[in-house]
Design a protein around this ligand. Structure first.
Ligand code: FAD
Length: 106
């Protein structure tokens, strides 16, 4: 089975990178597609105990997909939920774009 930490780091990189390239003003179709993608990503996440909690989290907290910043912050909060579960520090979600889009130096 995949290494849970390695899988996690790769998956968060993919997801936050999708947030960083998602349109600032997405069409209705893009919004529907992203919401669907996040749900399906959760359904097929290859770590069952991670998947169970993530799917429950999505059920209670619908992905916010209205703008790039909405989605970036929603995803950051979802990631923080896992950070807390694992006893890791919470990330400041006002900084998601610096970390995943603009780079710390900009
Ligand atoms: P990661 O948490 O992988 O983060 C990578 C980098 O992202 C960090 O170095 C930091 O720069 C940045 N970052 C950190 N927090 C945020 C944030 N909130 N927003 C934006 N950027 C941030 N592991 C388990 O053991 N049990 C689980 O139940 C579990 N569930 C998971 C569910 C999902 C959907 C995913 C994708 C992963 C899950 N993981 C789980 C894996 C776990 O989240 C970590 O990926 C893994 O522990 C490695 O952690 P890390 O410290 O290397 O950094």
């Amino acid at each position: 089975p995949p290494d849970v930490s390695e899988l996690g780091r790769s998956s968060w990189t993919l997801l936050h990178s999708i947030a960083a390239t998602y349109p600032e003003n997405p069409s209705t179709k893009e919004q529907q597609d992203l919401k669907q993608f996040v749900k399906l990503f959760g359904n097929f996440y290859p770590c069952w105990f991670c998947r169970d909690d993530f799917v429950k989290y999505i059920d209670k907290n619908e992905p916010k997909v209205e703008t790039q910043d909405n989605f970036g912050k929603w995803l950051c909060e979802a990631h923080n939920e896992v950070n807390v579960k694992l006893g890791k520090p919470k990330f400041n979600c006002n900084l998601w774009k610096q970390r995943w889009k603009n780079g710390w130096d900009n």
